[in-house]
Design a protein around this ligand. Structure first.
Ligand code: PLP
Length: 418
């Protein structure tokens, strides 16, 4: 059983009580130490296995510029994986240069493509038709296409992004056509990218995926004499959301990826492209704690604990049925004695933070810590029911810094000119 890396922090009731008093609830709290630990761990493992590599932190996981700046300070060469002009904007504002970023759009508008081109990022296109749109705007120095290899893997069906049911990427049978078009249009530098799903805890998956990408790389070399400058394996490296899940062994994953990678290029005596990765969840996921206060309890056909964070604050449970460990602050191992749904204040019956959860007794006003809410949590939050978004706080030891103010009701209507 792997206990949560921040479990000892949860035992410290006074920290959370004073954060709640100072900043209100709900708040997202991020551990600076854990963030630095996570990014250095990935950097070390790549450094040990590849001569040239590049980490593009996935901005959509958490776009708070203060967190991105911490990553940049820890790993000065870090890049960003961006999915929109807004993500390119915040990456650059946080100090990451355009040419260290990859932009992977899908169904990109001409404006999206122009923004990416003007900002000098590496462009990774989702489709052949994207290239035709791109051509009308201008051609970048290098281009990549996102390969959909025909399979994928993810923690939930909704986050599998490869395979026949995925809207993403160029199918393997069209990939030569895509690169041929780019080459014939005058592009001479290339990358290839493949991202087939998120939340993968199987260490054998990535070595298998790289083999598949390399098959395509070989085909492109043979058919079009194209050499890749970089190969991006994408992101998707999972984190445990349950105590009984085994964390990914990054050493094992990248040793085996490297074995296949080096064997392929050594055998052909070809120059090795740089290996890129685009991690999001594995960098920020377990750094975040959503602190929420119990607002009410109700015994109906089921028992409910109402809290001040709902699906507008944390979408993942309502969106995918995602599970987050939830602890009573100060007493994470309090004995559980009843089954509850933990819900927010939103007028939707999908508004759940937890369903049928064995939970200890609580009383109104108690603080609860929702774990592993560093990734796809604040960044997916919204204002449904006209609820302002939560604040974000950085925790460094016992010192806290507000890194994003709580939204106000007035902020929500700031564009309405009332
Ligand atoms: C293109 C791309 N790369 C990387 C990622 C990061 O995935 P993860 O946070 O699971 O590492 C995503 C996430 O959706 C993505 O869309």
């Amino acid at each position: 059983m792997a206990k949560h890396p921040l479990i000892d922090l949860i035992k410290n009731k006074s920290i959370f009580t004073s954060l709640a008093d100072q900043y209100g609830t709900p708040i997202y709290i991020y551990s600076k130490n854990r963030l630095i630990h996570n990014i250095k761990r990935l950097d070390n493992v790549l450094c040990n296995n590849f001569d040239t590599y590049h980490i593009c932190y996935t901005i959509k996981a958490n776009s708070n510029p203060h967190l991105i700046k911490i990553l940049k300070k820890a790993i000065p060469s870090i890049g960003a994986d961006c999915a929109s002009p807004g993500e390119i904007y915040v990456a650059k504002k946080s100090g990451i240069k355009g040419n260290q970023c990859i932009y992977t759009g899908n169904y990109e508008s001409p404006d999206d493509l122009k923004y990416a081109l003007d900002n000098g990022v590496h462009i990774n296109l989702d489709d052949i038709t994207s290239f035709n749109r791109m051509k009308k705007i201008g051609l970048p120095k290098d281009i990549a296409f996102r390969l959909n290899p025909g399979f994928g893997k993810g923690a939930f069906s909704q986050i599998v992004t490869g395979g026949e049911n995925s809207k993403f990427g160029v199918p393997h049978y069209d990939i030569v056509k895509a690169y041929r078009l780019a080459k014939e249009s005058g592009i001479s530098k290339f990358g290839i990218q493949c991202m087939t799903g998120s939340g993968v805890l199987d260490p054998d998956y990535y070595p298998k995926l790289i083999k598949e990408i390399l098959k395509t790389v070989g085909m492109l070399k043979k058919e079009l004499d194209i050499h890749m400058d970089y190969i991006s394996l994408g992101g998707g490296y999972g984190i445990p959301y349950h105590d009984d899940e085994t964390p990914l062994d990054f050493n094992k994953v990248f040793q085996n990826v490297a074995k296949n990678y080096h064997a392929y290029f050594d055998k052909r005596n070809e120059q090795k492209p740089a290996l890129w990765i685009e991690p999001g969840k594995s960098v920020v996921g377990d750094t975040g704690i959503l602190l929420t206060r119990v607002t009410g309890e109700k015994d109906s056909y089921k028992s409910y604990i109402g809290v001040d964070a709902g699906m507008e604050t944390l979408m993942r449970p309502a969106l995918y049925g995602a599970y987050h460990r939830i602890y009573k602050v100060g007493d994470p191992y309090a004995p559980t004695n009843h089954k509850v749904d933990i819900t927010g204040r939103i007028c939707e019956n999908t508004d759940r933070i937890a369903t049928d959860r064995e939970f200890p007794d609580v009383t109104e006003g108690d603080l609860l810590a929702v774990m592993d809410t560093g990734a796809y949590s604040y960044s997916m939050s919204h204002q449904f029911c006209t609820r302002p978004r939560a604040a974000e706080v950085l925790l460094n030891g016992e010192d806290s810094t507000l890194i994003r103010k709580r939204e106000t009701i007035e902020d929500i209507f700031s564009g309405c000119d009332i």
